[in-house]
Design a protein around this ligand. Structure first.
Ligand SMILES: [Zn+2]
Ligand SMILES: [Zn+2]
Length: 137
């Protein structure tokens, strides 16, 4: 068993897995998530600031809910968090679709480079002098 400091209340607790938050705070988070969901259902056009002002849930916590997908936002919602790469508004995760795509692209390019190298090696091999004896008539 590991003992860790809770990220929220700074108390020591028996850490098992997942978030570094003690069971008391986890329970609080769960309740907050319900409160926020209820609030958004009634006020679909509210903002994070407004939720924070009205029901007292910390803004950082609301953003966490959005980023980890616990809180799903409808298309018309004015709630958003910022892409950690370019800062444009997003409704889920850490980066926007564009940055996500370019990130994936970077990875595929890296993969392609490796593939190209391998191909070049294979081609070099196939260009090695062959015995032409049988191809000529
Ligand atoms: Zn705690
Ligand atoms: Zn972005």
């Amino acid at each position: 068993m590991e003992v860790k400091t809770c990220r929220e209340c700074k108390k020591l607790f028996q850490y098992v897995s997942g978030k570094r938050v003690c069971p008391v705070c986890l329970k609080k988070h769960a309740q907050w998530l319900i409160d926020v969901k209820d609030y958004i259902r009634e006020q679909p056009t509210c903002t994070i600031n407004k939720i924070h002002e009205d029901i007292g849930v910390p803004i950082r916590i609301i953003e966490d809910f959005i980023r980890d997908g616990s809180l799903e936002l409808s298309a018309g919602s004015s709630i958003s968090v910022k892409c950690t790469m370019c800062g444009s508004p997003i409704t889920k995760g850490k980066v926007c679709d564009k940055c996500n795509a370019s990130r994936l692209n970077d990875m595929t390019n890296a993969g392609k480079e490796m593939g190209a190298k391998r191909k070049a090696e294979l081609e070099a091999k196939s260009k090695e002098p062959k015995n032409n004896m049988f191809t000529r008539r």
